[in-house]
Design a protein around this ligand. Structure first.
Ligand code: ZN
Length: 74
């Protein structure tokens, strides 16, 4: 299958814009979860909670938006 992205798959319009969406995801435990880990697992739980903190992942998502019908597609 030769899938060339020409136009909108919904309405067939060629009036399509490419949009880049940057999503930032902060992974890990909040202070509350770290404390919860401490209660459940003792110092090891707290350590795990602290290690999981502050990991930020940036994801760039590029997709197309149809200017005519508003459909989003890759
Ligand atoms: Zn469309």
């Amino acid at each position: 299958m030769n899938n060339i992205n020409v136009g909108c798959p919904r309405c067939g319009s060629l009036n399509v814009k490419v949009v880049s969406d940057i999503t930032e995801t902060t992974k890990g435990f909040g202070a509350g979860k770290g404390c919860l880990g401490y209660i459940c697992l003792g110092p090891i739980g707290l350590l795990c909670g602290m290690l999981g903190m502050g990991k930020t992942k940036t994801k760039t998502n590029t997709y197309r938006v149809c200017a005519d019908c508003g459909a989003r597609f890759k």
